[in-house]
Design a protein around this ligand. Sequence first.
Ligand SMILES: Nc1ncnc2c1ncn2[C@@H]1O[C@H](COP(=O)(O)OP(=O)(O)OP(=O)(O)O)[C@@H](O)[C@H]1O
Ligand SMILES: [Mg+2]
Length: 327
Amino acid sequence: MDTNNNPEVVLSVRNLVKDFPIGQSHNKKNFMRAVNEVSFDLCKGEALAIVGESGSGKSTGARILSRIYDNTSGDIIFKGLPIEEFVKKHGRLEYARQVQMIFQDPFGSLNPVHDVFHHIARPLLIHKRANKDTITKLVYELLELVGLLPAVETAEKYPYELSGGQRQRVAIARALAVDPEVILADEPISMLDVSVRLGILNLMADLKDKHGISFMYITHDIATARYFAEKTAVMYVGHMVEWGASDRVTQTPQHPYTQLLLSAVPEAGRHGRRELDAKKGEIPLWKPDSIGCPFAARCPRVLDKCSDSFPAITEIAKDHFIRCHNI
Ligand SMILES: Nc1ncnc2c1ncn2[C@@H]1O[C@H](COP(=O)(O)OP(=O)(O)OP(=O)(O)O)[C@@H](O)[C@H]1O
Ligand SMILES: [Mg+2]
């Protein structure tokens, strides 16, 4: 996204690519491309939603940014430094402190044999943000910040004694314990009861607005993207096909795939879901040498050239971009 008019870019990626080997492990030449030519800027105190269906490369992108995976090519720039230089200068642990990740399954990400106090205290001690004298007070403050009250009682509980929403609040408190700049939230509400989802989204919105934390918010649900995130990027088969200000992307979508996603969102006053006007084509397995637009096989507005060449980026309005031949 456009960096020129916003100096407070915290994390940028440019032309990010990730290939995974497929098939027989001895065949080192067979790869699929899970992420292709992805570029965006994450600004301070802003949320960027990454929306797309299963297998579109959302988690792979977040795992690259949290350094669980290396990228095949492309650049990651954190606070003005290429990530390699940042890590060389400040260390891997410092990058890990500043760029935290929270996951879909808060039960799986908490250790069942430890109480809540342990989960929050551990990162505080590892990152030397507390000592024996200050730790208890800091743990209680963090629990209060994420709305887990009364903090003293919550700290003594084990993960199985908490609801899904409460567990996700513990996971958020644990991420906050190290005072991060960026939180990569991979479908943080999709496993929670509908009744508690809004509470978690509002908590993240508070952390963003009042504490200046930047969020990458991964979701299948374009409606929550619009609610929570200032910017939205729509991904299809590893490619960003449309991105920009969330209002524009969700209210005046221009890419046929975004239009398809939005047509599947139930609206008040509309009975049932609108029929999807997509072709029944296969979702392609993208390879490093694949050509054309990844959506061509399902696109209702496909042109001849869509299967021959990868669409360039077009800025169709301020803060609104698509990769589509048919504009
Ligand atoms: N470690 C891996 N090894 C091989 N292939 C992988 C690996 N991780 C992801 N993939 C493949 O990369 C593609 C993108 O996967 P990814 O998990 O990033 O999708 P996603 O958008 O997060 O999907 P979901 O919404 O289901 O979580 C998929 O085809 C997946 O099978
Ligand atoms: Mg995923």
